[in-house]
Design a protein around this ligand. Structure first.
Ligand SMILES: C[S@@+](CC[C@H](N)C(=O)[O-])C[C@H]1O[C@@H](n2cnc3c(N)ncnc32)[C@H](O)[C@@H]1O
Length: 122
């Protein structure tokens, strides 16, 4: 069972619901309009592999632009191998070891890869 559905974490999460804000919109628009100093992380599911490479690049650049130093982006690939675009290669590094560790514990067996990337401090 996913951790968030187990009794102990559920009670903790339920008590913190006031910290959540649900926003409807495209990722790039929401990242731009709710940045408020920048994001520390993005859990992106497998959104990129269904989009064409140019749109992926554009969205990814927007997310990096609205990231705080050390922010992480995590996402899965099922069939299409998406990674950070070359345009942000100097600002974003891949945390492949960390991704492999997490993937080994992942309960979503149908994804082919988990990608974890980190925005640099500079
Ligand atoms: C393959 S589904 C993943 C759905 C779900 N997160 C999951 O893991 O089962 C990809 C989702 O990304 C959403 N999506 C695609 N482009 C998006 C964008 N630019 N902003 C926000 N969501 C987007 C689609 O509407 C779709 O729900």
């Amino acid at each position: 069972m996913p951790r968030y559905l187990r009794p102990e974490p559920f009670a903790k999460l339920e008590g913190r619901l006031d910290r959540l804000e649900l926003v409807l919109g495209s990722i790039a628009d929401v990242a731009s309009s709710h940045a408020d100093g920048g994001f520390d992380g993005f859990n992106l599911s497998d959104v990129f592999e269904y989009l064409d490479p140019e749109l992926c690049r554009s969205i990814y650049e927007t997310l990096v632009e609205h990231s705080r130093p050390d922010a992480r982006l995590a996402y899965w690939n099922m069939l299409v191998p998406r990674r950070r675009p070359d345009s942000v290669a100097e600002r974003v590094s891949s945390l492949d070891e960390r991704a492999a560790e997490l993937y080994a514990r992942d309960l979503a067996f149908f994804y082919g890869t988990l990608v974890v990337e980190q925005v640099s401090r500079a």
